[in-house]
Design a protein around this ligand. Structure first.
Ligand SMILES: Cc1cc2nc3c(=O)[nH]c(=O)nc-3n(C[C@H](O)[C@H](O)[C@H](O)COP(=O)(O)OP(=O)(O)OC[C@H]3O[C@@H](n4cnc5c(N)ncnc54)[C@H](O)[C@@H]3O)c2cc1C
Length: 603
């Protein structure tokens, strides 16, 4: 059992629980009334609870002379980016002496849970919120002052993993850098990702005696994308994946766990796992580093348009609180706005099968803005129809289920309603997703036993998600295989047969049916677990065409001067299908290249 893995908090699991509902509970006040003021509102401190994105939010509200004096968060499991939203709302409530303040866009569930907690605390006073005398001052972070224009050497659009990486490297190469982000916090999909990073020849592989090479990785990425990828871009990715992981570790201070995961489609286990198996580790360390090297970040700022003068991109026009701001770039602009998994219109435009019936794992900011802006200045778009679904997501919400990572450790099987396996569990995501859709009800059931649970530690590492799944009947823990099967109305006899057969394969070391790669482990220890899941939109492989220097290329194959792109906003790196853990390698490798080259671009 991996000790460090079992010790980590299940922070990112909380993220998977979008739409957990807004159950609230009231608590007795913590201090007695110290007198009723002229407003009729008693002084004192009061506690209240609400349900945020990651679970319970508990606050303490202090009222004095009919005014909101202080709001302290006593308990919460929101991720750092979302937690910032609570401070924004606190500032607004104190400034206006009112609870009727805007939610923070992109952090709606956190905002709602926090506001409910504060209002529940206020209810303890017995007063009505109408008795609060509302002040004029607005005081939200959105009201910060902004100039009409800014100038820096490099302007970066999008503060996810690619954008922050590009910003750091541009600054490291002597450029002044402004990074603009439309959400109230840095992170994008990178923040909610598992942060797993494919690095061929890495330090853990060496310790475990796993042979790997850049060439092997190159071949896996190409094969995984059905050879529709641009081999030159894949070569760059393969050649620089390891050194960029080392850069994250050594220069950005990202902590990696002491184990790896084996993602589908890779020929060997090579995926590094950041602390707590969470993109939070990447984003918090990248954000810190960006600050240290002098990057200026403007949040709540949405890029709208690229400005071209004399055939060179020279500026970005953006919206901040309804005001147009121009960000002039002396040297270059880097687009790092991520993919378009959350833009239904765009999904249907490029792939009608990816319609409203399919849920999504993506963050709300993944709306393809950079792709649209680049296209308007002549950029070539590639592979736009290739949209990947993740096979094992919450059947109601579409969130990626990290408890299902037990599969990537080779320790679970997927069965259908008929109790039969139907695919190799370590196949590519698109292959598994397609197979799942063809099963009864378009769902799959993941099965594993207690020994696998203990060895993987997913119930500890992703505890909040685990609790949520159990509470909501998506995951069942049962003493017998029959009981587990009955919960989801699965054919128990067949399931038992399937498990017996699989245990036999494990004994002989060969999966006769699906040729499952890696080590096979028999299921022998009760309790047993079965989790229901279905595919959801996960990654958009298509995007802006770039060359190996991260220059954006136009429809005639020429470089668009002053314009660079990196990350999920680009296309042609993953072909038809991205392999698990290749995206974080991609955004880091190309984010660094884009940042460096934008810094060095001709003025
Ligand atoms: C749930 C989940 C788990 C994943 N797990 C893994 C994993 O373990 N390993 C792996 O390799 N890949 C994983 N992926 C994929 C990977 O996380 C993404 O491909 C990658 O993080 C994209 O990084 P990026 O910097 O290109 O975009 P993002 O991280 O999405 O950042 C883009 C940023 O641009 C901002 N933006 C967008 N439009 C504008 C605009 N007009 N103006 C200003 N800002 C804008 C967005 O708000 C966002 O902050 C996962 C994805 C998801 C959704």
């Amino acid at each position: 059992m991996k000790k460090s893995k079992l010790l980590v908090l299940g922070l990112i699991a909380a993220l998977a629980l979008t739409g957990c509902g807004s159950k609230t509970k009231e608590e007795p006040k913590t201090t007695p009334d110290t007198g009723v003021t002229s407003t009729g509102i008693p002084n004192g401190t009061y506690t209240g609870e609400g349900e945020g994105k990651g679970g319970k939010i508990k606050v303490e509200l202090t009222l004095e002379d009919g005014e909101i004096k202080k709001i302290d968060v006593l308990e919460n499991s929101e991720t750092p980016g979302f937690a910032d939203a609570m401070q924004t709302i606190t500032d607004a409530m104190i400034a206006t002496n009112s609870f009727d303040v805007d939610s923070v866009s992109g952090a709606t569930l956190t905002s709602t849970g926090f506001k409910t907690a504060v209002e529940n605390a206020f209810k303890q006073t017995g007063a009505s919120k109408d008795q609060l005398v509302v002040k004029e001052a607005a005081g939200t972070s959105n009201k910060e002052e902004r100039e009409a224009a800014y100038t820096s050497d490099v302007v970066i659009v999008g503060a996810g993993g690619a954008g922050l990486t590009a910003a750091i490297e541009a600054a490291n190469n002597g450029a002044s850098v402004i990074l603009i982000e439309k959400m109230p916090m840095e992170g994008g999909n990178t923040l909610i990702s598992g942060g797993e990073y494919a690095a061929p020849g890495n330090w853990l592989q060496k310790e475990e005696g796993i042979e790997d090479s850049k060439d092997q990785f190159y071949e896996d990425v190409l094969k995984g994308g059905d050879y529709e990828n641009d081999p030159k871009l894949v070569r760059t990715l393969a050649d620089h994946a390891l050194e960029s992981a080392e850069w994250l570790r050594d220069e950005v201070n990202v902590t990696f766990e002491d184990y790896m995961l084996f993602f589908g489609g890779h020929s060997v286990k090579r995926s590094l796992v950041p602390k707590d198996a969470s993109g939070v580790e990447l984003i918090s360390k990248l954000t810190q580093k960006a600050k240290e090297v002098g990057v200026i970040t403007h949040l709540n700022t949405t890029a709208k348009e690229l400005v071209v003068e004399n055939d060179k991109v020279v500026a970005v026009k953006a919206d901040f609180d309804g005001k147009e701001i121009t960000y002039n770039a002396n040297n270059g602009v880097v687009l790092a706005t991520g993919g378009f998994g959350s833009n239904l219109e765009m999904r249907i435009k490029y792939n009608p099968e990816m319609n409203e019936k399919i849920l999504s794992t993506n963050s709300v900011g993944s709306t393809g803005d950079g792709i649209t802006m680049a296209e308007k200045v002549g950029a070539e778009l590639v592979d736009m129809g290739y949209i990947q679904t993740y096979p094992t997501c919450d059947p109601e919400l579409g969130t990626l289920l990290y408890v299902g990572d037990v599969r990537m450790e080779g320790r679970s099987i997927l069965v259908n309603k008929e109790g039969k396996r139907f695919v190799e569990e370590l196949e590519r995501r698109d292959v598994i997703s397609k197979a799942v859709v063809e099963q009864t009800g378009g769902v799959s059931y993941m099965f594993w036993d207690d020994a696998s649970m203990k060895a993987s530690g997913v119930n500890v590492q992703h505890k909040k998600e685990y609790d949520y799944l159990i509470e909501n009947g998506i995951l069942v823990k049962a003493d017998t295989i029959e009981e587990a099967a009955a919960f989801f109305d699965i054919d128990a006899k067949e399931l038992k047969k399937t498990i017996e057969k699989y245990n036999e394969y494990a004994k002989n070391g060969k999966d006769e049916e699906f040729n499952k790669r890696g080590t096979l482990t028999a299921f022998t220890d009760a309790p047993y677990y079965i989790m229901k899941s279905k595919p959801a939109i996960h990654h958009t492989m298509g995007g802006i065409k770039i060359n190996t220097d991260a220059n954006v290329v136009d429809t005639d194959g020429n470089v668009i001067k002053g314009l660079f792109a990196a990350g999920e906003v680009t296309g042609d790196i993953h072909g038809t299908n991205r392999l698990g853990s290749d995206a974080i390698a991609d955004i880091t490798v190309f984010g660094r290249i884009a940042g460096r080259n934008a810094a060095k671009a001709a003025k």
